[in-house]
Design a protein around this ligand. Structure first.
Ligand SMILES: *Cc1c(COP(=O)(O)O)cnc(C)c1O
Length: 371
């Protein structure tokens, strides 16, 4: 009998996520499953919390991993913090910041948008102006906008939001593990990411962190958090209560893999990992330019781990991606939203972020494009 698993290719993942996985992370995934309340597993959860705090540069007690993809982190942050009718300002300059508006609105927030063109960063002075005109409970934005390849200036916006007395909510799904990100110093109150992009693990988990003042807001809610599975007060009993209480059956093997992926980052050093992403990004851009290709985003605002490449005239973009996947076993991403058909998205994240992978991709592109 044929087994479909035998047909799965080993693909070099150079899209917007998932990224390629270090063999050591696969080894961790294959360790024996133990119970989600086993003392050894609870110890591993403690280790995970500690590693996450280091990677995120935070002392936040409420720093845990959710058993769900990055989108579950987005839902968790919003559903825990928002109470009906509270005003929120969302800085919008791409597909994922549009999703912030959608998710927050569904939960009853009164959302105002401050919009910037796709491919350009959020302007902190515009956010400051808006915060002088109106009082907001929350300000939210995306750090690394995966749809456009822009790195937004969280570091500059955070202190402005804090000074205005609002809570600062940040999507770091693509940025964490590949870019400098200091949760505490940059005045971030709630932040979520995922396991499968910069952190180099398969998808399925979402690390989140909440500041002490964010957790105080949650504790003071008039009504319970409307979502049981993502309720931080319940989750914190599982992650640090005495005794530790059952909440859900955490996927032990995924937690092993995530622990290993974070250990690899800490072993290399967070700053060194970020520097490696930048270096490989510059190497990629130089190679693309040699092929006559150019990037959507101007140099100062580029997200190093996600490169948006303009499709040259006369090239059928989907055919190129198809040939990359079929002949060369390389995955790159298509454009999303209003950039569909206009760009390719080339990810160099986590274990993918190595020059040898860039060489492999550039050689394949050169052949396909006949340049
Ligand atoms: C990928 C991504 C998400 C969604 O994460 P999933 O893990 O796919 O659920 C959210 N925000 C940004 C910026 C992303 O790149």
């Amino acid at each position: 009998m044929s087994n479909l698993l035998d047909t799965i290719d080993s693909v070099l993942l150079m899209g917007p996520g998932p990224s390629s996985v270090n063999p050591k992370v696969y080894q961790a995934l294959a360790k024996s499953t133990i119970g989600h309340l086993d003392p050894q597993f609870l110890g591993l959860m403690d280790g995970l919390k500690e590693s996450l705090r280091k990677v995120m540069y935070t002392k936040n007690e409420a720093t845990i991993t959710l058993s769900g993809t990055g989108s579950s982190g987005m839902e968790a942050v919003m559903t825990n913090l928002i109470e009906d009718g509270e005003p929120m300002l969302v800085a919008v300059n791409g597909y994922f910041s549009e999703r912030l508006v959608e998710v927050a609105s569904r939960l009853g927030a009164q959302v105002d948008k401050i919009e910037f063109p796709w491919g350009k960063p959020v302007d902190p002075s515009e956010v400051a102006k808006k915060l002088k005109e109106k009082s907001y409970k929350f300000v939210s934005m995306v750090h690394g906008e995966t749809s456009t390849g822009v790195l937004n200036p969280i570091k500059e916006v955070g202190p402005i939001v804090r000074a205005a007395g609002a809570y600062f909510i940040v999507d770091a799904v693509t940025s964490l593990g590949a870019n400098e990100l200091h949760v505490d110093d940059w005045c971030v109150d709630a932040l979520y990411s995922c396991s499968q992009k910069g952190l180099g693990c398969p998808s399925g988990l979402s690390p989140v962190t909440f500041s002490a003042r964010a957790m105080e807001k949650i504790a003071a809610r008039k009504k319970k958090v409307p979502n049981f599975y993502l309720d931080m007060t319940l989750l914190m009993k599982y992650w640090s209560g005495t005794p530790r209480g059952y909440h859900h059956t955490a996927p032990a093997n995924m937690y092993y893999a995530f622990y290993e992926a974070l250990a690899l980052i800490l072993e290399e050093g967070v700053e060194n990992v970020c520097a490696r992403h930048k270096e490989v990004h510059e190497y990629l851009v130089a190679g693309l330019e040699k092929l006559g290709l150019s990037l959507l985003v101007e140099k100062p605002w580029r997200l190093p781990n996600l490169n948006t490449v303009l499709i040259p005239q006369g090239i059928e973009e989907a055919a190129v991606r198809k040939e990359l996947r079929q002949t060369y076993k390389i995955e790159v991403g298509a454009g999303l939203g209003s950039l569909a058909g206009k760009i390719w998205r080339i990810g160099i994240m986590g274990h993918t972020a190595r020059k040898e992978n860039v060489d492999t991709l550039l050689a394949a592109l050169k052949k396909i494009l006949g340049r």
